[in-house]
Design a protein around this ligand. Structure first.
Ligand SMILES: Cc1ncc(COP(=O)(O)O)c(C=O)c1O
Length: 422
């Protein structure tokens, strides 16, 4: 029997050719895109009257079932099994797609997993991906080690990420994707989304933006022509380090290719519980991002004037080299910043050990202010030259500014920086 012909679910794709970017195709405008961002954060994907009988509920239901019964021998139910689609995660996928303005979404067990699933689905041995060194540390490891050595997919790093021509020069006929992270972790480099997208599209290559640090509350890459958005749910989207998750938003054909040709066989899905928690947290995303941004702006101004701080990376500062670009493509500058202290790694250690309210731990986007030392933790795999080329100084400290009273964050930094004063 022709297995594909027996499928009743239109979304079944069975190891056909990978998704290909079609420069002529335009993603249809979403039905719900006229509602405001905050309204969609609360309503997209679920209406309290959607359920029936005892399953009618005000809050989106948490469905933990791994499997879903057949009602007829030949009719594959939808959902069918927890590795491809589950009801609670379908609500979340619908909501994230709505917030980003994309056609479809598939969640994953983490942001790293979402990146892996995307590249693993669209690239074959001999293909390449064009990106810059302004990417998160585990993404760099996938790009320089895991994909090249285990899958034969190479990554090309542009020389000057601020120059669209530099991106253009790395693209060739085997380029399957251009990958931009902006603002970048940890140096908050701002890439010109529209400029790079125009260059890539002229060469027939799709563009993915990692929108983890800004979130759709502050930046909408798809409004600037981007095809695919990558998200770590673990950061600002969930907002308190209680969820590990990721997502890809993009054209339905790509998303279903990932779902049926990678996720179904690799697994590593977002658990329904994590999806359900994320739905609750998304309800306050817009408000939280506004407050994170306001608090980070106050902290950045304080750090910028401190004698023990030699550099502050925050696009909200007028002195930031890409301040104007950031103002054009972002609604506000977000809660993440980084700064360089005097005395290199020893200076960073002195500062971090003296902090009381600010916690030293790996992650960002949390309601509580959190800091970390990228050169020895997340970006240790880069060569010294690579780190220097993007501003990862030995004294660099990443600070994710939380929702505390801003004066208290500043007071803690002030007392800790006192240990570095001349
Ligand atoms: C910009 C960015 N994207 C993606 C990820 C991966 O997210 P996760 O920790 O959920 O795997 C990270 C992690 O630090 C990140 O900083």
């Amino acid at each position: 029997m022709d297995r594909e012909a027996s499928m009743t679910d239109k979304n079944h794709f069975f190891l056909r050719d990978p998704w290909r970017y079609d420069p002529q195709s335009k993603a249809p405008v979403r039905k719900d895109s006229s509602a405001g961002f905050e309204t969609r954060s609360l309503h997209a994907g679920f209406h309290p009257l959607d359920g029936t009988g005892p399953f009618r509920s005000f809050v989106p239901p948490l469905v933990q079932s791994v499997t879903y019964p057949y009602t007829d021998f030949d009719q594959i139910p939808n959902p069918v099994y927890g590795r491809t689609r589950t009801p609670t995660n379908t609500i979340l996928e619908e909501r994230l797609a709505s917030l980003e303005g994309g056609q479809s979404c598939i969640t994953a067990a983490s942001g790293c997993q979402a990146l892996f699933n995307l590249i693993f689905t669209i690239a074959r041995p001999g293909d390449n991906v064009v990106t810059s060194l302004n990417i998160f540390g585990e993404g760099y490891k996938q790009a320089t080690d895991i994909f090249p050595h285990r899958c034969g997919v190479t990554f090309r790093f542009v020389d000057d990420p601020a120059d669209a021509g530099s991106w253009d020069r790395q693209i060739d006929e085997r380029t399957k994707l251009v990958w931009i992270e902006t603002p970048s972790n940890p140096c908050l480099f701002i890439t010109d989304i529209r400029g790079v997208t125009d260059v890539a599209h002229a060469r027939g290559v799709p563009v993915m933006v990692d929108n983890t640090t800004a979130t759709a509350a502050l930046q909408r890459p798809m409004d600037l022509g981007v095809d695919i958005v990558l998200l770590s749910i673990s950061k600002f989207l969930s907002g308190n380090a209680t969820v590990l998750g990721g997502a890809i938003i993009g054209p339905e054909a790509l998303v279903e290719d990932i779902r049926w040709n990678t996720t179904e066989f690799i697994g590593a899905i977002l658990s329904p519980m994590a999806g359900w928690m994320t739905l609750q947290y998304l309800e306050t995303l817009s408000m939280r991002m506004d407050r994170h941004s306001a608090n980070a702006a106050a902290v950045a101004v304080f750090l910028d004037q401190h004698p023990a701080v030699t550099m502050v990376n925050y696009s909200g500062l007028v002195s930031h080299p890409q301040h104007d670009l950031a103002c054009r493509q972002m609604k506000a500058h977000g809660g993440l910043l980084s700064f360089v202290v005097k005395n290199g790694q020893a200076g960073a250690a002195t500062l971090i050990n003296a902090l009381r309210t600010v916690v030293h731990a790996v992650t960002f986007g949390t309601s509580r202010t959190i800091c970390m030392h990228p050169p020895t933790i997340t970006h240790e795999h880069l060569t010294v030259e690579e780190r220097q080329s993007i501003g990862i100084d030995d004294g660099l400290v990443r600070l994710s500014v939380g929702l505390e009273t801003p004066g208290d964050i500043i007071a803690d930094l002030d007392q800790a920086l006192a240990g570095l004063a001349p």
